[in-house]
Design a protein around this ligand. Sequence first.
Ligand code: ADP
Ligand code: MG
Ligand code: ZN
Length: 609
Amino acid sequence: MNMNPGKHVKFSIWYIVLAVLLVWLFQDLVMKPLAIQQTEVTYSQFLDDLNAGKIDTVSVGTTRIFFTTKANASKKTPPVYNVVSINDPTLVDKLTKAGVTFAGQPPSNGAMTALLWWILPLLPLALIWYFVYRRMKQGGPQSMLLGKNKSHEISGEMTGVKFDDVGGVDEVEVELKEIIEFLKTPERFTRMGAKLPKGVLLVGPPGTGKTLLAKATAGEAGVPFFSLSGSDFVEMFVGVGAARVRDLFEQAKKKAPCIVFIDEIDAIGQARATVGSVGTNDEREQTLNQLLAEMDGFEPNQGVVIMGATNRPEVLDKALLRPGRFDRQIQVTLPTEQGRKQILLIHTRPVTLGEDANLDRLAQITPGFSGADLANIVNEAALLAVRRKSDSVSMGDFDLAIERVVAGLQRKMPLRDEVKRRVAYHEGGHALVAQLLPHTDPVHKVSIIPTAKGALGYTLQMPEEDQYLLGEEELKERMAVMLGGRVAELVIFNEPSTGAANDLERATDLARRMITEFGMSKSLGPVRYLNDAGMGYLGSSPGLRQEISPETATLIDREVKELVEGAQKWATQLLTDHSDALEQVAQILQEKEVISGEEIARIAQEKKA
Ligand code: ADP
Ligand code: MG
Ligand code: ZN
């Protein structure tokens, strides 16, 4: 049941229906009996009047007989008298003899009334139900129903996914081998009294194949795969999450050996609110508590292995990571070049590749791409080939696909000339600084075609190799590249623009990390000033430690400013020294909207100061 806004409209319609029913019932059950009482006569009186020829019309109902008198016949609405019907077989004869007009009445009304008498007592209940529903917004009795209904849907799935379908995670596969052995022949392990980890947590950035790996583990072991995603629980009725967790484990235990997989576990497994804090999330806590209880509630040798996946392990409630719960963590990292090649091979299996398509080269120029990104690139490239009406995917298709995945879909949106000119110098500035500095990643391509994601242009740098370690000098160079856009605008137009806001944010972030995290400041020394929360995979910048003194904080701010300013000076120096090159790059960009890395390198070489 989804809670769409239509629900409320329906509810108000029900209200109107209820009101009509109530009015009707009131008339039928209160007003009518009153009127009937007032105009009731005795049966003997009725018979007397009938014999005396005083009666005009008669209507015979199942419980009452209604009649009008001749005395009132001339009136517009003659008063209707009534009499309780007596089982009198001679009545019809008497009526005929008296010469009155008479008719019967269908008995429906009585039955209807009786039915309504049944409904009436339910009305207050319905009202209470409705208010409870309103109060709890998404709670109420239905929640229980939902929990029950869903239980039918929880059934183990034979995934059929194999490790062959997952690339670049050989180490993870080795770690999972033991689990697979256990699931295949649990007796062998239990006979030895060996204890296996109850829960395995896959940790890594989004799109690295965690979900896929869990499925492959079930597939390799040939056991059913039960899964729930933490995000399913968000915005659910109170109590449903817990009920589903209970159902899930109940079903799973029946099908053991099997795997229970809880995807995006951070959605329910976030640290529970501490006492006294506001804004607790009852539903999440109930679900989490149920999960903990279930994990504690069975023995490791029952043959149920619980797997979880998250990209934010740092927010997880510590209780989840205790022994006997998710006591083994496996890191799933972004693929290396070799891994990327494997993943590309997997995803290009159903694709016809053109002769020039070079997967080695593709793997080389895609450091930092996740498995999901690569799958996406292959799919985009195949779509582009179809659009070209070609029956094979060429390297050109892949190149374009990479750009699309990196920079969002290209969209032709005409820019005003002066904006375009500014963007051309801005991007040219980034690219030229990157080209001139020795340690930065080479420029692949610069474009001033606005992207769907809202950037007016972009400079694409492709690292030659995977980098795990960066020196202070390299970081400073990166910062200068980030500021290159703004500096170019300053050099040419003598004023900055809003276009550099994101660059400034990134440069400031980097400077702050250099000082507070990497110990790259002389005056502040090799001390960590950052909060323990760490950066997280999403790159959110955490705050400073709480115990830091205001003086230190001021010092940090000053050092950050100095670093960024230094980078800006450096970029300014480079771009004023190479202003001819900047002019030429910007010129080409304005004409063609794109310029390749090689061309920039050539220009920089020719116009060497
Ligand atoms: P995660 O759960 O880590 O966010 P998924 O397992 O949902 O990532 O990956 C999404 C998709 O990306 C997969 O269905 C698969 O097509 C592709 N993919 C991701 N990682 C890999 C990999 N290592 N090997 C092959 N395909 C992958
Ligand atoms: Mg996933
Ligand atoms: Zn920029």
